[in-house]
Design a protein around this ligand. Sequence first.
Ligand code: PAJ
Length: 296
Amino acid sequence: MLETTHSPTTPLSPPLAPKLVTTVRELRAAVRAARAAGCSIGLVPTMGALHEGHLSLARASRAECGFTVASIFVNPTQFAPHEDFDKYPRTLEADLQALASCHTDLVFAPQRDDVYPAGCSTAVEPPRVAQRWEGECRPGHFRGVATVVLKLFNLVQADVAFFGQKDYQQASVIRQMVRDLNVPLEIRVCPTVREPDGLAMSSRNRYLSVDQRSQAVAISRSLRLAAQLAADGQRQTAALVDTVRGVLAEAQIDRIDYVAVVDPDTLEPVVALSGPSVMLIAAHVGGTRLIDNWKI
Ligand code: PAJ
């Protein structure tokens, strides 16, 4: 495209910034126009502070759908009162630029009142797969996630929505919700994007000090090691969990919410490996809570 006509004397023009809309009326009009032009609609729900993990979803949508909508909304109902809602990074200008490089067509950044109109009192009861792990550590979290994601599905009316494996349980919750509530849309789950040293990219990584950043790499290292032990024949998940806990302890990560090997569909714990499983971790590095997972 542009590259083929580019000569050293004519600099490449930067990709067009996506159209930014903040109201439901503008959103609906833009999506209606895209549909009328024959485009399928892809949705990438985010809370902003975008990194390569988010952008991989935007690229996947661009590759599959004629028109990509990214939503940016820091959803208050999925944060507990003691959590980081107030300090969660808000970087709209940089996010728009990053999405431009992925040729995202539209960014929907609604106001709180548009998503939660005054007097709104309905919520989604999340499916069973939400109960353990994050569900136990963050009561109410998945109720907030399921509710806002269903709202976004209803607002945008996309054909396909893109989520990251980084939040493994979240993707399971959403997939199950879509099935259970007959939501007319397909879910894609894209691989976790990592820093070169293995740390899973996360908007919360920017809370880490330099020392904490080097501690945090132990999380992905421990997962990789456990996966290797499993590949080498270790079937007892208790041994895998011990290994992970050992690596985390060496890195002085001592506040661990959970380390578990689970069934990839039900997320119930597995005692002895007999097929595909997933190892899940949530741990605190300094004041920052990080999660990661690995298929084994
Ligand atoms: P957020 O944390 O902004 O993540 C938005 C999407 O990006 C999620 O689907 C998440 O799994 C994906 N993602 C994050 N880090 C990733 C990585 N390193 N590699 C691949 N994908 C990654 O998750 C949420 O927002 C919210 O809960 C939301 C679904 C938007 C509802 O408010």
